[in-house]
Design a protein around this ligand. Structure first.
Ligand SMILES: [Zn+2]
Length: 379
């Protein structure tokens, strides 16, 4: 987004309500990674995105993207999360889509923060899908986001002469067929419901506009504008722990609802009453209420963050960690199947003889005995 110079100081007495976020469960095949999600933190490196009074868009986007990814990795053993960036680096726009296309991802979620030019103020979250902008204001959002290609040296050849600032360039979106449109719009509406009800954000709705990053990705894809960095009150929220936490959980819950509907639709054992794309609110309510514990093996605790090649990990690949009481706790394996994790634990017993099994539900650690009992009841 463009840099804004001056801001009207807009003070609001609105107090953000933090609700307890009971996440819906993630279920499915716990052994194979049968769903690939690409999370795209907008901007990065020498492209700061929109710049506020106390922060830059690129940093807000990255924090929410990473936290969202961690929630999904903890909660959904069957989902492979791929990040277009996990650090403060510049990634060309078409490269972001290419990462998703190469991975044959099932879903692409791009995370951004909105901004208005000086003397304008607005609040709220919006979610966007690919399409033709219906208003000048909507076109402006796409223009600001697409302007990131101007940071790329060879953007004229790379984007076939597309000028992000020229309205004429956007004619290419007019006759475009997007076969993923209904899925994208459905997910976008689930995200908006969560951002509104769970995160207490003003609902600015689901919109379409010509975003290059969405055009280049060959799967259902959305772009979320979390809030306005140009509005001081929202900027403070977007930079607060509570804001990052709540926004991540809201998007997480929308993702789960979307994924569960997809699974229910493709599963032959799914109930016939599964809602369809055309009825987003009903579909969200139809989400299954089964919540299964996720078992993992805790292998190691450290007061510092370890590199993936640290010798204390003894060459084990795909080691994850969570934080508890200021310590990094390293885990191996992740499954709803307790017996599978038990076998996995035995397979690494020679290397990690003190390893033990732990369980999570809704992203929170839970009592292992309770978890095993629930596993036995549902198997
Ligand atoms: Zn942006």
């Amino acid at each position: 987004m463009q840099r804004n110079g001056l801001y009207i100081l807009y003070m609001s007495a609105c107090i953000g309500l933090l609700c307890l976020l009971a996440s819906p469960p993630c279920y499915g095949n716990s052994e194979a990674k049968d769903f690939i999600l690409v999370i795209d933190a907008g901007h990065g490196g020498h492209d700061p995105g929109a710049v506020g009074r106390i922060s830059k868009e690129k940093d807000i986007n990255l924090k929410v993207a990473r936290q969202l990814g961690e929630l999904i990795e903890t909660e959904c053993p069957d989902v492979k999360v791929i990040y277009t960036r996990k650090r403060d680096v510049f990634i060309p726009l078409n490269r972001r889509a290419q990462i998703a296309n190469d991975a044959k991802a099932d879903l692409f979620i791009s995370i951004h923060t909105n901004s208005l030019a000086k003397n304008h103020t607005a609040k709220g979250a919006s979610t966007w899908t690919l399409g033709l902008a219906k208003s000048q204001a909507n076109l402006e959002v796409a223009k600001r986001e697409n302007a990131v290609i101007l940071y790329e040296d060879d953007y004229k050849t790379r984007y076939a002469g597309f000028d992000p600032n020229s309205s004429e360039s956007y004619i290419i979106f007019e006759f475009m067929q997007d076969k993923y449109m209904s899925q994208s719009v459905h997910l976008a509406s689930l995200v908006q419901q969560q951002l509104h009800h769970t995160c207490r954000r003003i609902d600015r709705g689901v919109h379409q506009a010509g975003f290059l990053v969405l055009k280049a990705s060959a799967m259902p894809s959305i772009l979320i504008e979390l809030g306005f960095i140009s509005t001081p009150e929202e900027e403070r929220y977007l930079n607060s722990k509570e804001g990052i936490n709540t926004l991540s959980k809201g998007i997480f819950r929308a993702f789960l609802a979307y994924k569960q509907e997809q699974q229910a639709r493709t599963s032959t054992s799914a109930p016939a009453t599964t809602a369809t794309n055309s009825e987003p609110p009903k579909a969200a309510r139809a989400t299954a209420s089964v919540s299964l514990p996720v078992f993992k093996i805790q292998i190691l605790t450290s007061s510092e963050l370890l590199r993936s090649n640290d010798k204390r990990l003894k060459g084990l690949k795909d080691v994850k960690h969570y934080k508890e009481k200021g310590l990094y706790k390293y885990t191996y394996g992740s499954s709803n199947d307790y017996e599978q994790i038990l076998r996995l634990k035995q397979s690494i017993a020679s290397k990690f003889k003190d390893a033990f099994i732990i369980a999570f539900k809704k992203g929170e650690k839970m009592d292992i005995h309770q978890a095993i009992q629930e596993y036995n009841e549902h198997k």
